[in-house]
Design a protein around this ligand. Structure first.
Ligand code: TYM
Length: 321
């Protein structure tokens, strides 16, 4: 089973990324799994070059600390494999302006800024290039990437129809719980790196007192009944879902054990701290050795290029290049 997925090294990794995607990556890792830090994608929004460089290494160390093993899977940095940018161009000549301008994430992000970059519009094509270069069957992602994945399937099918069978049409895979972790302060909005609200996000590198504070201050409701009901009780249900993801239960089972919001929050906070502490410790060790991280990325890029290169050549040849 060929697997591909990616994460943007913008800001810091939060538990939405972890529960929605990265934890699935770890569970599914095998020699046919390719995981990518998509630094080219991070250029679609304003980012300081020095920050991008550092955050790319932060993300690499975090993914290793979370349990990815480069001896088992391939872990690499997108810009170090030039076929992504090359394939992007081929696919920009397959995708249509209309379908890109209909993407919800584009409308959302473009609506928030003047003079947005063209890359913000064409970004899902680069994402399709990422996935199709590795002939991925499965793409483990959170719920917010579902539309982009649907577009990838469209592009793959259109290409195959026009130019002959080159691409595998991939399927998205969502986690059982926490496919959409919500902001703790605005629980009807997803937790998001690009909409940082100071108390709304729990970062993987938050210290115990920050985690505790954020969970205790999480917005709930006033009817004081512990029940899993995302439509009516979005804040509380988000906490229950988070709890269930970390403990391996269902949100409804967790709900049955509690009568008071305060008790649920206190136990959730302890559970999150206990789950993240070992990751944070490994992270600090790994992040200290920049030479080792760079070497590991170079090896990952070589392994990735061995797969992406021939696929790119086939696609280019099919188009007449
Ligand atoms: P990115 O960097 O925004 O997010 C990385 C992964 O985290 C998931 N995620 C969430 N899951 C649950 N709840 C949330 N609040 C939450 N926020 C983020 C995302 O769904 C994603 O799986 N375009 C992609 C990166 C990308 C990619 C790819 C993914 C580029 N090429 C190819 C898969 C395959 C993105 O911006 O993810």
């Amino acid at each position: 089973m060929r697997i591909f997925s990616g994460i943007q090294p913008s800001g810091s990794m939060h538990i939405g990324n972890y529960l929605g995607a990265v934890r699935q990556w770890v569970d599914a890792q095998n020699p046919e799994a390719f995981y990518c830090i998509v630094d080219l994608h991070a250029l679609t929004l304003q980012i300081d070059p020095a920050d991008l460089r550092e955050q790319t290494l932060d993300f690499l160390a975090t993914l290793l600390a979370a349990g990815l093993d480069p001896e088992v899977c391939t872990l690499f940095i997108q810009s170090q494999v030039p076929y992504h940018a090359q394939m992007n161009w081929l696919l920009e000549c397959v995708a249509s302006y209309g379908e890109l301008s209909r993407m919800t994430q584009f409308k959302d992000k473009a609506g928030r800024q003047e003079g947005y970059r063209v890359g913000l519009l064409t970004y899902p094509v680069l994402m399709a290039a990422d996935i199709l270069l590795y002939s991925a069957d499965q793409v483990p992602v959170g719920d917010d990437q579902r539309q982009h994945l649907e577009l990838t399937r469209e592009i793959a099918e259109r290409f195959n129809h026009r130019y002959g069978e080159v691409f595998t049409v991939p399927a998205g895979v969502q986690p059982r719980a926490s496919a959409r972790v919500m902001d703790l302060q605005e629980p009807t909005r997803k937790m998001s790196k690009s909409l940082a609200s100071p108390l709304g996000l729990i970062y993987l590198n938050d210290d115990p007192s920050e985690i505790d504070k954020k969970i205790k201050k999480a917005v709930t409701d006033t009817d004081n009944e512990v029940r899993f009901d995302p439509a009516v009780k979005p804040g509380l249900s988000n906490l229950l879902e988070m709890f269930a993801s970390f403990s391996g239960e269902t949100p409804a089972t967790v709900a049955q054990r509690y009568e008071r919001y305060g008790d649920l929050k206190a136990d959730l906070s302890a559970l999150v701290i206990e789950s993240l502490t070992p990751i944070q410790q490994r992270y600090r060790e790994l992040r200290a050795d920049v030479g080792a991280l760079r070497e590991l990325a170079a090896r990952g890029a070589e392994k990735a290029a061995d797969v992406a290169g021939p696929l790119y050549q086939r696609a280019a040849a099919a188009m007449g290049l």
